[in-house]
Design a protein around this ligand. Structure first.
Ligand SMILES: [Zn+2]
Ligand SMILES: [Zn+2]
Length: 479
């Protein structure tokens, strides 16, 4: 089979065909191949690819796969209509023209982090240290005129503007992308075609199969429903509570940890959720289903905010891909959100159009009400005060300054202040993973806290002489 110089057929890439075919710089050695199939590559086809040492990395709508192989792939008999390298011009986001600082360089997911940072460095891109980056993602500053040469490297998949929160938060949580039974959808690909309209609109039902174990269940349900309502406010789609999970056009909502029946086990608390794209490309009844990691300490109104994550995942359930706009809810890294941005609204309206007027639909969209933050679960029983002083000390954690952070080492230093009407007698710390100890200092205190890999909820508690106590907690995710 001849190697095609450019994509044809109905592969949906973010960079239009005309731009792609003008590419001047193409990789010398190709290990990453874009394969276009005549029909959706089923499980048998994907197993045969693996058997031929062609590793599937991502799904590219429609009916395409990104795959890695050492030499030119042997594709006979697999229904491949063409294959070739991803053109370098297809790897540069159209949003880069509006970017004002920093790039998110996505390597193919089989490239390890050290190699990725090294390649970026070869072209003068200076990698930034940021918690929570996918190992194959590099955040870097550099000269825009070097981007085309960088993109010509076979290892590079896509370059887009850096997340807007980068320099303020230094902590990111990645979405693993909308998923299909053939792999996650590539970030250089456009949205799927979405759900097909029936009688002029798309009506989906939803069923909560399970609810979170560590968050008020009714509040969790409301947060997800508010996310649905936000999309329905701007797109011609409706969501109705259903009775049956295993039917077509139903979003099954599951809170689960570890392996939970699909090929996408939750193996880290940094994996917040994943959502199956509509049918096609997914088949029913899995299409549209949203799975949340119940190993995450879900919250409302503060990190990790269930509404914000559900809002992003609902975009995937509707067929939206990731947006390259750093402000968008659909950017590949999650952010706290109170609603959709212009970019997200343009995305949903491109698939389904604007909603019909509420009067015409006979079904007004309920207004979004703000979600009240829920206090973290208090893991330590309060000590009964003895004597006349009943005022509890107050505690402030000064460093780290966020209520949830990622860390890499075996321990962390947490420091802050405590005050009391009489006087702080002592400050203690304990973790959800079973460690406890005394902090040094009282009014200004500091604690050395060991971390286990995974989620550690650290509670700092200040006591006064009468035994009253006040506390603050911080969640530290050790990678
Ligand atoms: Zn996503
Ligand atoms: Zn799942």
């Amino acid at each position: 089979m001849a190697i095609s110089a450019s994509a044809s057929g109905n592969i949906h890439l973010k960079v239009p065909e005309t731009a792609r075919t003008k590419a001047g710089r193409e990789p010398r050695a190709v290990h990453h191949w874009l394969l276009q199939f005549a029909a959706f590559p089923d499980a048998g086809t994907r197993a045969e690819l693996e058997h031929r040492r062609i590793h599937v990395l991502a799904y590219v709508p429609e009916n395409g796969l990104m795959a890695a192989s050492d030499g030119p792939p042997e594709l006979r008999g697999l229904g491949v209509v063409w294959f070739g390298a991803l053109a370098s011009s297809a790897k540069l986001s159209p949003e880069l023209a509006r970017a004002s600082g920093g790039y998110l360089i996505l390597f193919h997911p089989d490239i390890d982090g050290e190699a990725a940072r090294g390649i970026a460095g070869e072209y003068g891109f200076r990698p930034q240290e940021v918690d929570g980056l996918q190992p194959w993602h590099v955040l870097a500053d550099g000269a825009p005129e070097r981007l085309a040469d960088l993109a010509a490297r076979d290892e590079v998949a896509y370059v887009l503007p850096a997340p807007s929160a980068l320099y303020t938060h230094r902590r990111l949580i990645a979405c693993n992308g909308p998923i299909t039974v053939a792999g996650p959808v590539a970030d250089y690909a456009m949205a799927s075609t979405g759900w097909t309209a029936q009688n002029g609109s798309v009506a989906l039902s939803y069923v909560f199969e399970t609810l979170p174990g560590k968050l008020d269940q009714n509040a969790a349900r409301v947060a997800v429903e508010q996310a649905f309502a936000e999309w329905a406010k701007f797109g011609n789609v409706t969501f109705t509570a259903g009775q049956q999970a295993n039917i077509a056009r139903n979003i099954e909502i599951v809170f689960a940890s570890g392996a939970h029946g699909d090929s996408y086990a939750f193996t880290s608390p940094n994996q917040l959720a994943h959502t199956f794209y509509p049918a096609p490309p997914n088949s029913e009844p899995v299409a549209g289903d949203m799975h949340f990691n119940d190993g995450v300490n879900w919250n409302l109104g503060s990190d990790i905010d269930l509404f914000s994550v559900a809002l992003h995942e609902t975009g995937h359930a509707l067929g939206l891909a990731h947006s390259d706009n750093p402000k968008a809810v659909m950017y590949p890294y999650y952010k706290m959100a109170s609603g959709l941005t212009e970019d997200d609204i343009a995305g949903i309206q491109a698939l389904y159009g604007a909603p019909k007027s509420p009067a015409a639909a006979g079904n007004p969209v309920s207004p979004i009400t703000p979600v009240n933050p829920v206090a973290p679960v208090n893991p330590v029983q309060p000590v009964q005060p003895a004597g006349g002083d009943r005022s509890a000390p107050s505690v402030t954690i000064v460093s780290p300054s966020l209520t949830m952070i990622s860390a890499y080492g075996p321990g962390i230093t947490i420091s802050g202040t405590a005050s009391d009407n009489v006087g702080v007698a002592r400050v203690e710390w304990s973790t959800s993973t079973g460690s406890a100890g005394a902090a040094s200092g009282t009014a200004a205190w500091s604690a050395q806290v060991p971390l286990l890999v995974g989620t550690n909820v650290v509670t700092i508690r200040a006591y006064d002489a009468a035994g009253n106590s006040g506390w603050r907690a911080i969640t530290v995710v050790r990678n």
